[in-house]
Ligand binder design. Structure first.
Ligand code: MSP
Length: 661
């Protein structure tokens, strides 16, 4: 059965998506929020496409670790988790705009019932048996380990000490399913994603699967084993079954028929093993279909280490949201790291995303477009005229392409790629303004139709951008629409098709979408890279010299002195971000004679793609310096005002190498 065929008695297909359920033992940090924000974007995307969605998240509340923490806090386990769980729902998930359909708690009564029923069924069919467990237990991970799997006597996953456990236990006969599991993974190439994790799991399985201890004695914080209350069910067995409970298994057969199996289960990479070996074997034993995909995403790192409370490097999502707004935080999480890979978090990188992508590329596009509509069309979006001009169809054509590309990327869970596609449209619209120069068209009444079309195309592109951004951002799409004079919120992905704006809508120019931020000061070496004439070393900062309000300090030079500076026109042929130096771009500039490399601190103002083909003025006889290990042979001229930086270029194109004097 494929998801496309999932039909219940009501005939309504449901797109079922889960995130792991969280331990309410620690404060959750942006690493945790990462999984859930990504899942939320996917859920919102599918809703926008008109599919009923069942998006589940929640809390994993049992286990020895929680019981211990509760004791330390002088509370009963239930009192302890109640407080934290309520915080997770509100303010945490509420602030981040997490639109879950069910928040499941493993302490919910329906869940205990389902877990006990599953246990009884597997016991009755011989997949669970009673024996004695002798081995090791990693408390922080709540994981059993046999002697042979330990690394230097420690937990092979987290490297922390393990404790010896010897007790009566129920076992889940995983070994019986080893071959079927290998066969399944091999015959379902999409089941475990990305592929690297699939290969890891295959080699884990091939090294031999042991039966799993699934009950503990000597503790009471858990779901009791039916008819043997000395034992509580192992926290991972209990937790994995949450996905069944949340889908209505045994309790609501009609809903279960519409929902099961999940289309996507998102998990962090360290719990892929639980979700692609133990979990599917539980389902096989119950004779239920397996999830279509389990996607193991990477970690948010601080430097080289995983962000985590115990390492003391956790970043608080609520504080971050208060400082930068929910959309900046969501955008950063979704865009910065390709989904699946690890990525380092830095606040500077977040600020850079806000400046470049949100304030500059998107914010300026809206502000320029609405300003021009005010100025050249009396504040009303003009009606389009039939136009033979190919260039006027360029945005419509690109929008159609992006409509498909975003859809394709989201189907493949390439969330960051989907945003990159949307930004292709935003960049193209910014370039279209430069190419069509509406301020010139406005000078000639004969060009009025042309001008109308340009303004319409820009407003329509922004409307489409507001639709495309709807799954990712919470407030911004509506803000864009308000400024465009559109009143209804986005309800369908089909609204991202070009040509739906009528014309005649009245613009409401408002505040900038995102405020531009100062970047933090940089190490000495990077300051060099901020060398753009008259811009401050901190690249986006406004120095005393570049503000027109600053007192002028006249420092006269002779013409001979000026002539020592060899200024030339060049063309940027290639541009890329310098790795680990987020505000630097490495540019290849053709100066008429040769290509030279120039490292420039303009990343906060320009995206690499935007610069290719751009003419610039460079200081050609500047002594080369090494920046971040790259030999920089020159410097670009730029002006800045109020944090806004603009490269200096000839008004009319000149041949490369032309002298500027
Ligand atoms: N309770 C288990 C999951 C049971 S699912 C049946 C658990 N909880 S957790 O709170 O420790 O982690 C929840 C999710 O947050 C996991 O997917 C985990 O990978 C993710 N993250 C926790 N720290 C993370 C980062 N630093 N970066 C990215 N995700 C990380 O595991």
């Amino acid at each position: 059965m494929t998801s496309g065929e999932k039909q219940g008695s009501t005939g309504q297909k449901v797109w079922y998506l889960t995130t792991p359920i969280y331990y309410p033992s620690d404060n959750l940090h942006i690493g945790h929020a990462y999984t859930t924000v990504a899942a939320d974007a996917l859920a919102r995307f599918h809703r926008l496409k008109g599919e009923p969605v069942w998006f589940v998240t929640g809390t994993d509340e049992h286990g020895q670790k929680i019981a211990q923490k509760a004791q330390e806090a002088g509370k009963t386990p239930k009192e302890f988790v109640d407080g934290i769980v309520s915080f997770i729902r509100d303010p945490l998930w509420k602030t981040l705009g997490i639109s879950y359909d069910r928040f499941i708690r493993t302490t919910d009564p329906d869940h205990a019932q389902v877990v006990q029923n599953v246990f009884e069924q597997l016991l009755a069919q011989g997949d669970i048996y009673k024996g004695t467990y002798e081995g090791w237990y990693c408390l922080p991970d709540e994981t059993f380990w046999t002697e042979s799997k330990l690394v230097d006597g420690k937990c092979p996953d987290c490297g922390r000490p393990v404790e010896r456990v010897q007790q009566d236990s129920y076992f889940f006969k995983m070994s019986r399913y080893q071959d079927r599991m290998i066969e399944y993974i091999l015959s379902h190439p999409d089941f475990i994603q990305p592929t690297s994790r699939r290969n890891e799991m295959l080699s884990f399985l091939e090294s031999g699967l042991e039966d799993l201890s699934i009950s503990r004695t000597g503790m009471s914080w858990g779901i009791p084993v039916p008819h043997d209350p000395e034992h509580v069910i192992y926290v991972w067995f209990d937790a994995l079954v949450n996905y069944l409970t949340a889908a209505g298994y045994l309790e609501d057969p009609d809903k279960f028929a519409r929902t099961w199996p999940p289309n996507v289960q998102l998990v962090g990479k360290e719990i892929v093993r639980f979700h692609t070996i133990i979990w599917p074997i539980i389902l096989m034993a119950l004779n239920l279909p397996l999830p279509e995909r389990v996607f193991g995403h990477g970690w948010l790192l601080i430097g080289d280490t995983k962000m985590s409370k115990s390492r003391g490097n956790a970043v608080d999502p609520i504080a971050l949201t208060k400082k930068y707004g929910v959309d900046a935080v969501r955008y950063y999480l979704l865009r910065e790291v390709p989904f699946g890979a690890d990525g380092s978090y830095t606040e500077d990188a977040l600020r850079l995303r806000i400046n470049v992508d949100l304030a500059n590329d998107l914010g300026n596009l809206l502000s320029r477009t609405t300003a021009m509509i005010n100025r050249f069309a009396q504040g009303q979006i003009p009606e389009p005229h039939p136009s033979p001009k190919e260039i006027d169809r360029s945005l419509a054509k690109l929008a159609a392409e992006i409509f498909d590309e975003v859809d394709k990327a989201m189907q493949q869970l390439l969330i960051s790629d989907a945003l990159t596609q949307i930004y292709r449209l935003i960049h193209a619209a910014n370039k279209y303004i430069e190419d069509r120069a509406p301020w010139n068209l406005a000078k000639d009444p004969a060009q009025k139709e042309d001008l109308d079309n340009v303004l319409y195309n820009l407003a329509e592109t922004l409307r489409i951008v507001s639709v495309l951004l709807t799954p990712f951002l919470i407030e911004t799409p509506q803000k864009i629409r308000q400024q465009l004079g559109l009143t209804h919120p986005v309800v369908s992905y089909q609204e991202a098709i070009f040509g739906q704006l009528q014309g005649g809508e009245r613009i409401n120019r408002g505040d900038p979408l995102f405020p531009r931020l100062e970047l933090y000061s940089e190490p000495e070496e990077d300051k060099e890279a901020g060398r753009v004439v008259s811009a401050s070393p901190s690249v986006t900062g406004v120095s005393a010299q570049d503000s027109h309000n600053a007192p002028e300090q006249v420092n006269e030079i002779t013409i001979e002195e000026f002539q020592k500076i060899d200024l030339r026109v060049g063309t940027i042929r290639h541009a890329e971000v310098v790795p680990n130096a987020d505000r630097l771009l490495k540019l290849t500039v053709f100066d008429g004679l040769r290509e030279r490399t120039i490292v420039s601190g303009i990343r906060a103002h320009y995206n690499p793609e935007q610069l290719i083909g751009q003419q610039v003025v460079l200081v050609a006889n500047l002594k080369p310096v090494k920046l971040r290990g790259i030999l920089s042979e020159g410097m670009l001229l730029a002006g800045s005002d109020n944090g806004q930086l603009s490269l200096v270029a000839p008004v009319v194109k000149l041949p490369e190498g032309a002298r500027v004097k």
